[in-house]
Design a protein around this ligand. Structure first.
Ligand code: OGA
Ligand code: MN
Length: 224
């Protein structure tokens, strides 16, 4: 078990081989992380940010057309800036993932940006991809879910699409579940959520940070 600079102990573990096999096959996978102090800290932080009204309606990276945006997505977000022990631990975890994926798949992942997100009751994110093919900025998407006891009827599923309208899978946003998928290849959607749904959506990029000027944290060292 490694001791992180944050004072939180342990990075969550999962089988990187399974993740890389899935990425070079179907292009998406969900894994369950081992529970660590980090996950509880991140859940608490997400809830506190929401209660303090620090999560703000997200945009869609195009014109500031608020009506259009509200038809496409209804989530509230805040970029991670590495300012808390939970965030430091998560950025270290993302860095470990980056190095392992680069070593095995040579994706050239370079920098990581991530935000806390809440989908309040009625929240959704219509079908989209996280990066347009050829733009080559966001390469690998990760979503960490922070919701204990999520029931089927609570909605808020991550729905993964194949060709046309075919649905390849749906994922409940249960605590400690991590979805990993190729940003340019995998169309996905968040179905309507019926209660507050917390997560951290993050993207490994092959170039410098674009959307998150506040987050200039990259390549955090990992203690041996
Ligand atoms: C996103 C996204 C999926 C989820 O933020 O781009 O697709 O399950 N999130 O929260
Ligand atoms: Mn997305």
């Amino acid at each position: 078990m490694s001791l992180l600079p944050s004072g939180l102990t342990g990075l969550p573990a999962f089988d990187i081989g399974i993740v890389c096999d899935a990425l070079s096959g179907p292009g998406y996978i969900a894994v369950r992380l081992t529970d660590t102090e980090m996950l509880g800290a991140l859940r608490q932080e997400a809830r506190a940010l929401w209660q303090d009204d620090a999560l703000k309606p997200a945009g869609i990276g195009r014109a500031e057309d608020h009506e259009l945006t509200a038809r496409v997505r209804r989530d509230k977000t805040k970029w991670l800036d590495g300012s808390t022990p939970g965030q430091i631990a998560y950025l270290a975890f993302a860095e470990a993932l980056r190095q392992n994926v680069n070593a095995r798949l040579m994706l050239g992942l370079f920098a990581f940006e991530a935000h806390f997100a809440v989908y309040e009751s009625g929240g959704f994110y219509k079908r989209h991809v996280d990066s347009f093919r050829g733009a080559r900025n966001r390469v690998l998407s990760t979503v960490l879910y922070l919701n204990p006891d999520w029931r089927e009827g609570d909605g808020g599923h991550l729905r993964i699409y194949g060709e046309g309208d075919s649905v390849l899978g749906e994922l409940r946003p249960e605590f400690a579940t991590l979805a990993v998928f190729l940003s340019e290849e995998i169309p996905h959607e968040v179905t309507i959520s019926h209660r507050e749904r917390f997560s951290i959506a993050g993207w490994h990029r092959c170039n410098d940070l674009g959307l998150a000027p506040a987050l200039q944290v990259r390549a955090l060292p990992i203690a041996p």
